[in-house]
Design a protein around this ligand. Structure first.
Ligand SMILES: Cc1ncc(COP(=O)(O)O)c(C=O)c1O
Length: 389
């Protein structure tokens, strides 16, 4: 391949960008895979004369490849990689000033809520949890000090769907920016910048890495001024990923499209099983035509994703027992990797919000449906659920 991938007359497709964007063969050696540049510093030919890299907190070639690749997938001009999803979220929150108000989903990821309420609020950030899927409630929550609207769609753990284009229009009318946490959907299923969002944030720990072997974060934006301010925080605070972590995410991303197709198909089959099982009270999945956000999801997403949550008729005790009774679904936090996981949000991922307005129903279980053989997954869930059906 010659030239920059995607720079020809025909834009490259998603799968091609995932494999090639930011990753031309190494000019020094011809290596087809972007090398892990495990170096902290770079030789200078004269004072201040270098090849674009002087210190690896500021920039590293493996990180540059990752930033260019993920930016291309989100359709962004700029991308910034961080050492975790929380570090990326923190860099965005640092764009706000004391007295500014942030609107945050009332079912936000617990770690995001903890960072807002216990790290940024004590130094002056005002915030308001709001049902971001309800445009009327969102309109009501704006104040003259609202500067940023934060949404997760589909949300964690209730899989609520937010109409990104409608919220972007509202936020911009009121002089606020819109940030979308696109961790659950990934750019393969949903591209928030094309729908009007100002920035997209990811925990690359999840589907982008895809193999439960790396922790990382990422921000994509086409707002050059915002990107410059984020790059300043990235370099000043220094929460950057190491080159090996960047390599792992780059490798994971190459198979994102095929993995997501299988995650979606397996989740759909799991949802069908859950929906007809007597032990199950309610299933949350945007692919269900009965889901309140189904129409919006069908419009703004290519598929409905691999995350499913559901409540048990027999309450918390049944939920906890089922979480401990599956064999192939591993009981663990996190999500988005090839292996299937089950967790109890009330006591696990969302324990930090148990006494807040974001508290999660104790009868709820969350599944990250992996890409194992679907009959094995269905058999595993059935044997656990049948004890309570
Ligand atoms: C939706 C969402 N955003 C952000 C994060 C935080 O990412 P990390 O754990 O990589 O810091 C998570 C982690 O579970 C998440 O689920």
């Amino acid at each position: 391949m010659t030239g920059r991938p995607g720079s020809g007359p025909e834009p490259l497709g998603f799968e091609s960008l995932a494999i090639h964007a930011g990753q031309p063969p190494d000019p020094g050696t011809g290596a087809v895979v972007t090398p892990i540049f495990q170096t902290s510093t770079y030789a200078q030919s004269g004072v201040g004369q270098h090849l674009g890299y002087d210190y690896s907190r500021t920039a590293n070639p493996t990180r540059t490849a990752l930033e260019q690749c993920l930016a291309a997938l989100e359709g962004a001009n700029r991308g910034l990689a961080f050492s975790s999803g929380m570090a990326a979220i923190d860099a965005l929150l640092r764009q706000l000033r004391p007295g500014d108000q942030l609107l945050i989903p009332d079912d936000a990821y617990g770690g995001t809520y903890r960072l807002v309420s216990r790290v940024h609020a004590p130094v002056g950030l005002a915030y308001q949890p709001v049902a971001t899927h309800d445009l009327g409630a969102l309109k009501e929550a704006f104040t003259p000090r609202t500067r940023m609207v934060w949404v997760e769609t589909p949300s964690n753990p209730l899989l609520r769907v937010i109409d990104i284009a409608a919220v972007a229009e509202l936020a911009h009318e009121r002089g606020a920016t819109l940030v979308v946490d696109n961790t659950f959907a990934t750019p393969y299923l949903q591209r928030p910048l094309a729908l009007g969002a100002d920035a997209v944030v990811h925990s690359t720990t999840k589907y982008l890495g895809g193999h439960s072997d790396v922790v990382g974060g990422f921000i994509a934006t086409s707002d050059e001024d915002l990107a410059d301010r984020l790059a300043f925080v990235q370099n000043s605070a220094g929460a950057v990923p190491g080159p090996f972590d960047c390599f792992l995410v780059l490798r994971g991303v190459k198979t994102l499209a095929v993995r997501m197709d299988r995650h979606c198909a397996n989740a759909q089959a799991v949802v069908e099983l859950l929906s007809s099982h007597p032990a199950v009270e309610r299933v949350h999945y945007p692919g269900l035509t009965t889901h309140p956000g189904h129409e919006v999801a069908a419009r703004q997403m290519r598929g409905f994703g691999g995350m499913v949550s559901f409540t048990l008729r027999r309450g918390e005790d049944a939920a906890v027992a089922i979480a401990g009774a599956t064999r192939l679904f591993t009981l663990a936090e996190s999500l988005g990797a090839v292996e299937s996981l089950i967790e109890h949000p009330h006591r696990m991922t969302h324990a930090s919000v148990a006494t807040s307005p974001l508290a999660v129903e104790p009868a709820l279980l969350r599944l990250s449906v992996g890409i194992e053989t679907i009959t094995d997954l269905l058999g595993d869930l059935s044997q656990a659920l049948d004890r309570f059906g």
